[in-house]
Design a protein around this ligand. Sequence first.
Ligand code: ADP
Ligand code: ASP
Ligand code: MG
Length: 448
Amino acid sequence: MTSQFTVAKFGGTSVANFEAMHRCAQIIHDDNQVRIVVVSASAGVTNHLVTLTQQKADLAERKSLVKAVLDIQDAILEKLTLDADLATDFSQTISEFEQLAELPALSAQQCDEMLSFGERLSSFLFTQVLRNLGVAADRFDVRQVLKTDNQFGKATPDVNATANAAEQHLMPQLADKVLVTQGFIGSDTYGQTTTLGRGGSDYSAALLAEAIGAQSVQIWTDVVGIFSTDPRLCKKASPIARLSFDEAAEMATFGAKVLHPATILPASRSGIAVFVGSSREPQAGGTWIEKETESKAGIRAVTQRKNQILLTLKSPEMLLASGFLARIFTILSKYNISVDLVTTSEISVAITLDNALSSSRPELDQACLEELSEFCHVTVETNLTLVALIGSEIQLRQHEVNFMNVLKDFNIRLICHGASKHNLCFLVEQGESDEVVQSIHAQLLEAC
Ligand code: ADP
Ligand code: ASP
Ligand code: MG
């Protein structure tokens, strides 16, 4: 099933206020291939909702958080009157939000319900902004089609169930109108609300594009594409016109916040081109991510991912014995712990884990540590950052002199290279990592 349609996603800053929404609506108005619009919560809203789920807030604080969320919507509504069909459901959604915020403690499922209100509210407002520009638009509740498991906080999509539901509920409506729907949220088999993890709206857009067989997905954000590093960190970072799926996936995985790490998965699986551009400057172009690119061999970007844990496991008994790694990985998998980098020697292994602060559970479980300690000596180091050089056919030899020159000033904890020709990763102390990235960018990316 393929279509000529495009899915367009607008992130938090792109729908932060009426003026921003209006700019985005103009992009849709001017491009009649876009039939599905995926919106994030307005900037700041999800952070308030996360605080509401954390149960540290008393009733007065909860009320002020609810007010902060509603103030953001109200500022947009001052410039907008909702049509009757939208107004009724909007009020109903706000009542549900206020009622849930009354509860002092929320279950994991209720936390996801709470987190869902940002996208649910912004999608009403965006639909109206589009209608005011003369675009035939309706709001669509994505939970009807984006089906997931019930791992609340970080649900895994069910691609087949999503495709089937999209064929039934979404496709028949696309011929003559634009549907405005929510990023980040989905529902499990019982219809309970789930979320895909922070920043998940990019992933939603790619999943919906896959489900309707779209030819492309547009990610509209606050930067004119994917840069050689975070442009907030390096003034001289430059936008990259084309990236392969592999390169973009590596960048997203290793910390380029501009794309949720899983976004490229559905796109590359189904051959859907991804465009990243700025909703403030749609004419300025952006980055195209596609299967085949003519990228030159070498380093194209540097990324960083903070809050990493380094786990070193040592077992002298394992000298000349087999099964050490198997035993470790069986335990990690039992606790659902996902490992990033691995280096080994005969009797020890070092692995890194992501301890994303925004995730709902700590990556490293105490019970898991105890089980590992039964047969090896375990050391845990924190406050580390994973820095990654990304590109294609990366060979250390090409950059050896400069690379070693940059690193000589810093304390490098671990280096990984060789498993993928698209990255070279190492761990540094978190306090130094911005400087490491800036030095690498200056010496390896600005010079060429
Ligand atoms: P949105 O709310 O639109 O989803 P995000 O804040 O999630 O936007 O992502 C956009 C931000 O990603 C940019 O403002 C930029 O600071 C950051 N970023 C990090 N690395 C990169 C990179 N390599 N290229 C572009 N932006 C990056
Ligand atoms: N609103 C969600 C967040 O802030 C999802 C997203 O914006 O992509 O994480
Ligand atoms: Mg984002």
